[in-house]
Ligand binder design. Structure first.
Ligand code: GTR
Length: 327
């Protein structure tokens, strides 16, 4: 074989090897806690479609719905380890892992959902995102999760005194336990999947969540009073394992981010519709929903929660002030 033919052959072998490497499809496993009919399930399916489309099939995402890959705290650990690649996560259970993420888990920190999104789009949000990315859980899109309110089976809640003595399920984060305890209740962390059973058997007296989740997993069947305390406005992310993301080419990174942003716009539209639809559906099923005329006593009751939290986490003071001073 002459030298130049050998060179050509070697050259094409290298080219082939390159094509083969760059065309190796990545299959991502995605975690989602929600079931069919919930806006986040539709949005995660849309995310998967958009990723396949925008990466020309180089990255595919298989979404496992209904929390079948594990509870939220477990799944977050799996994302950090890279065993789960991506998921839709609530920032509440991220607080115990990422200090900055706890900003959004302070009760009544935001005036409303729009204020929360403005804060998240500004320098405070940048610091939350950076902390998450550093911990291996990188946010690439933001979902609306409305506001969380209390529900129970004994009667409407109109003041913190009505919470006193009640055992209330909360997500896994000491701030939430502290929040319920500051009202004289007993905050009980528990996996989302266990709440229905615990409400129906009286293991807990109540729980707290937004209206779409209250409806979608049937909690309204076992808790007939929903009181609009709106004490937590916590965003949710599409979050990806940081090193997985950083290992992608710039084009692939841009495609995945564009897919997450588009899926988030879709989610927020669905969210607005579903919040109204869920309210109507649970009311039609007999749930009594009460507005709380004056939320000040609830806000006042949170003073020790803030004081204790900031005493233990002084580095968070500046971030809290930044959020509160955001117009
Ligand atoms: C839902 C949220 C879930 C999960 C759940 C819970 O609103 O979307 O990610 O955090 O609440 O209460 O555990």
């Amino acid at each position: 074989m002459n030298h130049s033919l050998l060179k050509t052959l070697l050259g094409s072998a290298t080219a082939l090897a390159f094509v083969a490497t760059s065309a190796v499809a990545e299959d991502w496993r995605a975690w989602n806690i929600h079931t069919d009919g919930h806006p986040n399930t539709a949005a995660m399916d849309r995310f998967a479609e958009l990723v396949a489309e925008k990466t020309g099939g180089e990255i595919t995402v298989e979404v496992f719905h209904g929390g079948v890959l594990g509870s939220q705290p477990d799944a977050l650990e799996q994302v950090q380890l890279g065993a789960i690649d991506v998921g839709n996560f609530n920032l509440g259970p991220i607080g115990p892992i990422v200090q900055e993420a706890n900003l959004v888990s302070l009760p009544f920190i935001f005036r409303d959902v729009d204020h929360m999104f403005r804060v998240m789009a500004g320098p405070a949000g940048d610091r939350v995102s950076a902390g998450m990315a550093e911990a291996g859980i990188m946010p690439i899109g933001w979902f609306d999760a409305g506001a969380r309110s209390f529900y129970n089976n004994t009667g409407p809640i109109n003041s913190p005194d009505d919470v006193a003595g009640m055992k209330i399920r909360v997500m896994n984060n000491d701030l939430f336990t502290g929040m319920v305890n500051a009202m004289g209740g007993n905050g009980t962390p528990m996996a989302f999947a266990e709440v229905y059973q615990s409400l129906s058997t009286g293991v807990v007296d109540g729980a707290e969540n937004n209206l779409p989740s209250f409806q979608s997993v049937g909690h309204f069947e076992v808790a007939g009073f929903y009181s609009l305390s709106e004490h937590l406005i916590i965003p949710e992310c599409i979050c990806v394992n940081t090193s997985q993301f950083e290992g992608l080419s710039a084009d692939m990174q841009a495609a995945v981010v564009a897919a997450a942003e588009e899926a988030s716009v879709f989610q927020r539209e669905l969210w607005a519709e579903q919040t109204q639809a869920s309210r109507e559906a649970v009311e039609a099923a007999g749930v009594q929903i009460n507005e709380i005329a004056d939320k000040t006593p609830f806000q006042d009751a949170m003073a020790p929660v803030y004081a204790d939290y900031l005493a233990a986490n002084p580095a968070m003071t500046e971030l809290v002030e930044l959020a509160q001073s955001t117009e």
